[in-house]
Design a protein around this ligand. Structure first.
Ligand code: FES
Length: 103
């Protein structure tokens, strides 16, 4: 089973990729060349994996943990639908997810 993810770059370029079920959104984005540093590699200590989820898709994600919310408070350009890509596992329920790189 593959999960389709659509990335929207800062310049509006759209990239559609196929991800393995269970893959981390951060890894999929980096493999696609999206500019997410992911400095702490998923330890919730950096927020360099900040992405903005399309509002139409946001409710399909499992809620963020308190630690993720705390780290998002420190992210630049955070929005109501911001998440940390290292905390998102792609599943069939997220097929078609649209993810924007923050400004
Ligand atoms: Fe550091 Fe996601 S990679 S918080």
């Amino acid at each position: 089973m593959v999960v389709i993810v659509r990335f929207i770059a800062r310049d509006g370029t759209i990239s559609t990729v196929e991800a393995e079920d269970g893959a981390r959104l951060l890894d999929v984005a980096q493999a696609d060349g999206q500019p997410l540093e992911g400095t702490c590699e998923g330890d919730l200590a950096c927020a360099t994996c900040h992405v903005v989820i399309d509002p139409a898709d946001f409710a399909r994600l499992l809620p963020a943990s308190e630690d993720e919310e705390d780290m998002l408070d420190l992210a630049r350009d955070a929005t109501r639908t911001s998440r940390l890509a290292c905390q998102i596992r792609l599943t069939a329920a997220l097929d078609g997810l649209t993810v924007r790189m923050p400004g």
